[in-house]
Design a binder for this molecule. Structure first.
Ligand code: NDP
Length: 592
């Protein structure tokens, strides 16, 4: 019988919703304490090697490194005259944030919508990341947005990148977003003009456009970064970043790699999907690992056509409502429990360790060489790093042409003209792929954003991020930020973006229908939210206890308000609901 999406909805959404209410038989506490001590040891080792936090990465890819950011897909550069017109709503970025919100704005009757996008098409993450094996690990029936509106059912339980990219394009077509969109265009400054009550948006194509509302929709992980490695530019082979795949070099099906020695630096979620494909195609593959990812079973299947045919209109909205309801029930259960805070944490941690040890066991069962198996074992709590799901990753290390170079937390620090160097040995390569991740934006903003009174948003945030629900920031009227800090963490990012997009569309509708021109949040509402973020960030020990990575600012101290809201997604939704119910107390609406 065909498989269906019949998992309990709580687990389907977040596989790490540990049930801590049962007190089932478990090993003695000393067993867990020993493992926790090993976690701490591994973390400290990494912090000793890399005390430089975020600055171990090169974020501004300039000079010889600029080529790592060049778009290999939009090869035809489209010449056009600079624009000097005005639109009602302007999105910086054309990924899911812009697409979702535009759909809602259209429903509210907003006609003039422009997407300004660096790539040559919409899609954001799914435009840039086209590496072999790309897919999303969040259930497609939940991850792909607007399935009800688009009357579309994904073809698999976990969708591949190409399908998601095509869905983005379909949304843009369905909501006529291509008409005013400008591609291959990067916003360079966004300035509020108080006399005109308009934003002035300038770009690297000489545009000087005006917009009534600006929405920063430029993603949370969209700018590729490189590890700072001595001798990088001396490498004489070919190299690129995972999000700028050079199919011209590799061949569309990697057929050109059959006589090539390939290396990949990084073993995060991108690399985990890439490596099985490289292992199958390359003459030799060297995987340079600093910290292993956790690899769980990927339970994927083709969508059962009968199941899909029976779905009633509005099925995705109902699924979402159920998921959020389940999260709400879980939060209530956790609040109501009579367990002490310490006991709750202890049980959570023990359940987490059990799950990680199950992942270790799977490695021993699959990976034939015991030394390689040991190297592939992650020693940290699940969710310290993005958990991965793959069925071909671990078996790839049984291939005779695939070699794991375990740098034991040190990482690659030197590259010779022939290839990476580790502990005195040079690994000569034809191709080196950097799967070293992305800059994590403070707010989803890179561009000069100048608000009321000439205040630069970067300067405002210099004292610590200040927003209302991560979306509004006082002194920056008619500006909305999506996917940035101080918003809630949600395993399925598009759920968060949908909640934010709905709220932004409601705000814009409120301004328009009330005959107003300007909306700004009050300083008081902003201050309350900052305090709320600070209070809830105190509830997690992730920063201090986790292995370094981008989830915890590479293990460095950071200001307590400069992060996600940790009060839970249902509480975040409720807060937005309250804001909308008491609009006038939280926002100032004015006529020009
Ligand atoms: P990550 O930032 O997660 O990974 C970067 C990798 O580079 C890490 O393994 C890091 O090691 C390694 N690294 C950095 N410097 C060095 C060095 N000098 N030597 C050796 N290794 C080094 O980036 P990804 O692109 O993999 O993933 C980014 C995010 O994108 C994911 O967390 C996830 O949110 C999303 N994503 C989701 C996917 C999915 O749904 N399956 C697939 C792909 C991405 P260390 O761990 O030690 O820091």
């Amino acid at each position: 019988m065909a498989k269906r999406d019949d998992k309990p909805i709580e687990r389907a959404q977040n596989p790490f919703n540990f049930d801590i209410s049962t007190n089932e038989e478990r090993p003695p506490q000393e067993y867990y304490d020993r493992i926790k001590a090993k976690f701490a040891e591994e973390r400290d080792l990494r912090l000793d090697y890399r005390p430089d936090g975020d600055s171990q990465y090169i974020l501004d890819l300039e000079g010889e490194l600029a080529r790592y950011e060049v778009d290999p897909y939009g090869t035809d550069f489209v010449e056009r005259e600079p624009l000097t017109d005005e639109v009602e709503v302007l999105f910086i970025g054309g990924g899911f944030s812009a697409l979702l919100t535009s759909a809602r704005l259209r429903q509210h009757g907003v006609e003039s919508i422009r997407i300004v996008e660096r790539g040559a098409d919409v899609g954001g993450t799914w435009y840039w990341n086209r590496y072999p094996g790309i897919a999303c690990d969040v259930v497609a029936y939940d991850y792909l947005p607007l399935l009800d509106e688009m009357e579309y059912v994904p073809t698999r339980h976990y969708a591949g990148g190409e399908e998601i990219y095509q869905h983005c394009q379909a949304i843009a077509r369905r909501y006529d977003l291509y008409d005013l969109a400008v591609f291959q265009t990067t916003v360079t400054s966004t300035e509020w003009n108080a006399e005109e009550s308009r934003w002035h948006v300038r770009t690297d194509r000489g545009d000087h456009m005006r917009a009534r509302f600006v929405i920063c929709a430029n993603g949370t992980l969209s700018k590729p970064k490189l590890a700072r490695i001595d001798g990088m530019t001396s490498f004489t082979g070919h190299s690129f970043h995972s999000s700028r795949w050079d199919y011209e070099y590799t061949g569309q099906n990697l057929e050109n790699l059959s006589d090539k020695v390939v290396g990949i630096i990084g073993t995060g979620a991108s690399a985990v999907q890439i490596i099985p494909n490289l292992g199958a195609a390359a003459k030799e593959l060297f995987v340079f690992q600093r910290t292993p990812s956790s690899i769980d079973v990927r339970d994927d299947w083709a969508t059962d056509e009968e199941w899909a045919a029976r779905l009633e209109p509005g099925w995705q909205a109902q699924r979402r409502a159920k998921i959020i309801e389940a999260q709400r029930r879980q939060a209530d259960r956790s609040r109501r429990t009579t367990l002490t805070r310490e006991e709750k944490i202890r049980r959570q941690e023990n359940a987490n360790i059990d799950a990680m040890m199950r992942i270790h066991k799977r490695i021993d069962e699959i990976v034939e060489d015991p030394e390689t198996a040991e190297s592939l074992k992650p020693w940290y709590m699940l969710m310290c790093k993005r958990p991965c799901f793959h069925n071909d990753y671990l078996p790839t290390f049984n291939r005779p042409n695939v070699h794991l170079v375990d740098t034991h937390g040190k990482g690659i620090t030197q590259i010779a003209p022939e290839g990476p160097v580790f502990e005195g040995r040079t690994y000569p390569l034809d191709l080196l792929i950097y799967a070293t991740g992305f800059e994590v934006q403070k707010t989803g903003i890179y561009n000069r954003i100048i608000g009321e009174g000439g205040l630069d948003l970067d300067d405002k945030y210099g004292e610590g991020i200040r927003t209302l629900v991560g979306i509004h920031t006082h002194g920056f009227p008619n500006l909305f930020i999506m996917g940035g800090y101080q918003a809630s963490f949600q395993f399925n990012l598009t759920d968060l973006l949908q909640v934010q997009g709905d709220h932004i569309a409601n705000c814009i509708d409120h301004v328009r229908s009330g005959g107003f021109d300007i909306i700004d949040c009050t300083e008081e509402a902003e201050e309350q939210w900052v305090q709320e973020v600070i209070e809830h960030r105190g509830k997690t020990t992730r920063n201090q206890e986790c292995t370094p990575g981008y989830y915890n600012f590479e293990g460095q101290e950071n200001r307590r308000q400069d992060g996600n809201y940790n009060g839970g997604f249902p509480a975040y939704i409720d807060h937005i609901g309250r804001l909308e119910a008491t609009f006038d107390q939280n926002f100032v609406l004015t006529k020009a």
